[in-house]
Design a protein around this ligand. Structure first.
Ligand SMILES: [Zn+2]
Length: 529
């Protein structure tokens, strides 16, 4: 057991329930890591929640603030911390002291499904600490699969490193720099653990003379075959290529934090702090990529296990109250638990009935579709496959169909005179689905790349925002620029598009400026349109 565990182990009546529920989960085919439950008083629970689930993370005011918020909302009855579980080997999960036995059983069932998801969904392979040599195939895994995910220990070590710096350089300086790094912590490459992108190298190429290759010709033909204009053109091409090669980095770098770690003029302690923040940012990425799927999976299974195996008749009523609290949609807000669990149920039904494939897609007789049942019984296998190889973006993209949206009343309907019934507007459906997908892509964060570390030949750092329809939020851009300047210690530029115009947002340590992008860039933008 981790030396950092809180050692607040379960009383024996709960330990017996845990053993029973784990058995039920495994009988259903779930495959979780070993899981340790601890029971916590309410204030311990909120404190750990405020540290992102880690009782031993570095001390920092930002977490203190979140703790305040959480405890207030509880007092006013606005929210209740439902469950907390850590992707770690072994997994850790916390039960709230004073909850009813039915609640505790529900949380345990829910947790086992989360831990199954951590172990089996491909995105979480990025958190295997023993696989630092770049995973290229997250689907391939050793059997038995016992990865090192001792993140509780790792984060405790991070905490110790940060505290050492605080003792030496003062709390204020370190906190200020942690803040700086935290405002950049979404500038990482979520796919880096899988793509095997080599670390960009800083190598000084040999200076090679620019020599124009000539078409072979006898001397007297020279001016005819290689006219001055041709030579001039070739020279320019080579120079361009040469100059291009000289830009550093050679290719845009999406893992901005890694670039800064390698190339920013950082003191040793600054380097250490930035490294900690980057490591932890990578830990949380798979959770952001699979929020809908992960919560949906846990809800699907706790609901199934509770009603079919765990509860006795006298407990059912108490349970029904709780369950409605979990899956209710609040107003027009899309509830990820609800969307996820209903999608799994829909997939299961479709694959049980054979409602997929070419014949299904080609059929446009709604009556036939309504009664379509080939009795294939493939539903259970399908949802286990889905939980393994999808993330939220691909899950929604592939399985959120207009039929599902109608059934779940996800979107507005309009009356169709022609068909004599309420129908979903297909164009509206696509627009809303696209919007949902774009919110999920990159967890809603902008795509920003390091483009040039020697911008304008003045060692300024230039980044580029890949504009995908939405402008950068001005407050976000200013905060990022300030933080980048703090780390790079030279002026920083983000090239982006504001109100359809290419602009350079610049910060020189004193003031923010927005300048029109150079003319060449504006023209190439226009050409692309
Ligand atoms: Zn959950």
């Amino acid at each position: 057991m981790s030396q950092y565990a809180l050692k607040t182990l379960l009383p024996s009546y709960l330990a017996r329930q845990q053993e029973r529920i784990e058995g039920i989960a495994r009988d259903f085919g779930l495959d979780p890591f070993p899981t340790i439950f601890e029971i916590l008083a309410y204030d311990q629970m909120t404190e750990i929640a405020a540290y992102g689930g880690f009782p031993t993370r570095y001390p920092h005011w930002r977490y203190g603030m979140e703790y305040e918020q959480l405890s207030k909302s509880h007092e006013y009855g606005l929210s209740k911390i439902y469950e907390m579980v850590i992707n770690n080997t072994p997994a850790y999960a916390y039960l709230l002291e004073g909850n009813s036995l039915v609640d505790q059983k529900l949380v345990m069932a829910h947790v086992y499904a989360h831990v199954d998801f951590f172990k089996n969904n491909f995105a979480f392979r990025a958190t295997d600490l023993d696989n630092t040599g770049h995973l290229t195939d997250p689907m391939a895994r050793p059997d038995p699969f016992e990865p090192n995910r001792r993140w509780i220990d790792k984060m405790a070590n991070h905490g110790a490193r940060i505290r050492r710096h605080m003792e030496r350089y003062g709390v204020t300086a370190i906190e200020e720099f942690i803040d700086t790094c935290l405002s950049l912590d979404n500038l990482v490459d979520p796919w880096r653990p899988f793509t095997g992108t080599p670390t960009p190298r800083n190598e000084d190429d040999d200076e090679t003379a620019v020599e124009v290759p000539r078409l072979k010709s006898k001397d007297y033909m020279e001016s005819f075959i290689n006219p001055a204009s041709y030579l001039e053109e070739q020279r320019k091409k080579i120079e361009d290529a040469h100059n291009k090669k000289k830009t550093f980095p050679e290719e845009p770098v999406r893992d901005v934090l890694s670039f800064l770690l390698q190339h920013a003029p950082l003191d040793r302690w600054e380097h250490d702090v930035l490294e900690v923040i980057r490591d932890e940012a990578y830990y949380f990425i798979p959770q952001m990529q699979t929020k809908i799927m992960n919560e949906g999976w846990a809800t699907y299974w706790h609901s199934k296990m509770m009603t079919e195996k765990i509860l006795d008749a006298s407990e059912i009523i108490d349970y029904a109250d709780n369950a409605s609290g979990v899956t209710a949609t609040s107003g027009k807000q899309l509830n990820p638990y609800k969307l996820g669990v209903e999608l799994y149920r829909n997939i299961q039904e479709r694959w049980d009935k054979g409602q997929f494939g070419k014949d299904w897609d080609d059929c446009d007789d709604l009556e036939v579709k309504r009664h379509w049942d080939m009795r294939l019984g493939l539903g259970r296998d399908k949802i286990f496959e889905v939980r393994k190889i999808y993330n939220d973006v691909t899950f929604i993209d592939e399985f959120l169909t207009p039929e599902f949206a109608i059934e779940q009343k996800l979107f507005a309907f309009s009356w169709s005179e022609r068909n004599g019934r309420f129908e979903i507007n297909t164009r509206e459906f696509q627009a809303v689905k696209d919007k949902l997908l774009s919110q999920l892509t990159n967890a809603g964060n902008p795509f920003i790349y390091v483009e040039d570390a020697n911008h304008d030949n003045r060692s300024e750092l230039m980044l580029r925002h890949r504009h995908e329809g939405a402008d950068l939020r001005p407050d976000y851009a200013r905060e990022a620029l300030r933080a980048l300047f703090r780390v790079w210690k030279r002026p920083v530029v983000i090239a982006t598009i504001v109100d359809d115009r290419p602009v350079y947002l610049r910060y020189d340590g004193k003031e923010h400026k927005s300048e029109d992008a150079p003319k060449a860039e504006v023209e190439s933008e226009e050409k692309e349109d």
